[in-house]
Write a protein that binds this ligand. Structure first.
Ligand code: PHB
Length: 399
């Protein structure tokens, strides 16, 4: 293990030397993107890549003259930290990428964190949402979201509408965060937790858990599961087991009403209330332009969801650090720049990075699923948080 570690550091040192030489005349910035193209959420990797390539196509003109970006994409096969670590090592040592990005799953992001630190390769996280991830490396900046950002204000809102809530979450980082954030705010507002359950991340059978919830007759069921097909499975179970008919209100972070899945979920999703930072149905001009460009490139069957926007904004941050450094990436300078990155016009609204924590600051919207023009959409009803920093870090003074 120790020898292995030494070899790895030697490999990084050698690659850094090589990089210095290769960098002088060439102006191609290599960006390593790790996401899931197979396994759980295998349908989301391609969506993230599509968003990044669309950004690159639209903004090639914004790079300094002669500078190009090359995107190297890798499949981590779902929540698989060993695989993610290996891919990141290979991207850094063999492919000599100067930046890392992507990553849907928290365990994978945590496995990549020490590589970003040791190799001094800035890692711009496009999705993984457990609050503490950013504390694991000074070379991480996150442009996506945290579960605390959505679930904490949702808990405050829910306490004004429901007396008893049940929580059901996937049993890993983001699920634990969602459960803790919602419970804290909901009980502080006077609500009671009627029961809590944690389910396996991969292929859970929701029926026994949902039956237990139904028997408890809560006013609301708060759910976090990874967006995509898992969210559709829980939504179907909620309908099939009669919880919706029994009058239980389904609420949660927007992962459970993923824009990409809504038309597959169908009527059962109608009326579900969520807090989140992005809906493809938002009428902000920057979002309309983004959705129009997406449709022009990819048609209107595949809808851009929050992972597409996380990927799009990751590229915007990457293009910003490249421009500011005129095509020469210095890791320390890149992190300084990322700490002060801002975009008043992201498709999701104004965003920035908190320089203290390197985490995203953004608005949170309360949304309801409605049918509009033949599609099921998350209609933004109200902004329930403006320029929200990660509440977990604020409450725990974590950096
Ligand atoms: C995560 O693993 O951090 C994660 C995955 C899927 C989501 C949200 C968070 O929808």
């Amino acid at each position: 293990m120790y020898i292995h570690r030494k070899l790895w550091i030697a490999a990084i040192a050698a690659s850094a030397l090589g990089l210095g030489m290769a960098q002088a005349p060439a102006e191609t910035i290599k960006v390593g993107m790790i996401s899931s193209y197979s396994g759980l959420n295998g349908e989301i990797g391609p969506v993230m890549e599509k968003a990044m390539r669309l950004y690159m196509q639209e903004h090639a003109k914004d790079l300094p003259p002669g500078v190009k970006v090359e995107l190297l994409t890798r499949d981590d096969t779902g929540p698989n930290p060993e695989k993610a670590k290996q891919l990141a090592q290979d991207l850094v040592v063999r492919d000599k990428v100067q930046l890392l990005t992507g990553v849907i799953f928290t365990p994978n992001a945590l496995a990549i964190a020490p590589i970003a630190t040791e190799a001094k390769v800035p890692f711009i996280i496009s999705n993984a949402g457990t609050s503490m991830i950013t504390t694991k490396s000074p070379y991480i900046a996150r442009v996506s979201f945290t579960l605390w950002q959505s679930s904490y204000p949702l808990g405050t809102w829910a306490a004004k509408h429901y007396k008893r809530a049940y929580t059901l979450v996937s049993d890993y980082g983001p699920g634990h965060d969602a459960e803790a954030a919602f419970t804290k705010a909901f009980t502080a507002g006077g609500g009671t937790i009627a029961g809590s359950v944690r389910v396996p991340v991969v292929n859970p059978d929701f029926a026994p858990f949902l039956q237990r919830v139904k028997d408890t007759k809560p006013d609301a069921l708060f759910v976090f599961v990874p967006a995509g097909t898992t969210a559709t499975a829980v939504m179907k179970g909620f309908g099939d087991l009669g919880l919706k008919a029994a009058g239980v209100k389904l609420i949660g972070p927007g992962d459970i009403t993923d824009d990409m899945e809504l038309d597959t979920m169908g009527d059962v999703a109608l009326g579900v209330m969520t807090a989140f930072h992005y809906s493809d149905a938002s009428d902000r001009p920057a979002n309309k332009a983004f959705v129009a460009a997406w449709r022009k490139a990819y048609g209107d069957k595949l809808r851009p969801n929050f992972t597409a926007v996380g990927a799009w904004d990751s590229m915007d941050a990457i293009y910003y650090v490249i421009r500011e450094q005129k095509g020469k990436i210095d890791p320390a300078r890149t992190m300084e720049l990322l700490k002060h990155y801002k975009n008043p016009n992201s498709p999701r609204g104004p965003i920035s990075i908190d320089p203290e924590t390197r985490d995203i600051v953004q608005n949170e919207y309360l949304r309801e699923v409605r049918k509009v023009g033949g599609h099921y959409v998350n209609v933004e009803i109200e902004t329930i948080g403006t320029a929200v920093k990660d509440p977990w870090k604020a409450l725990n003074n974590a950096k």
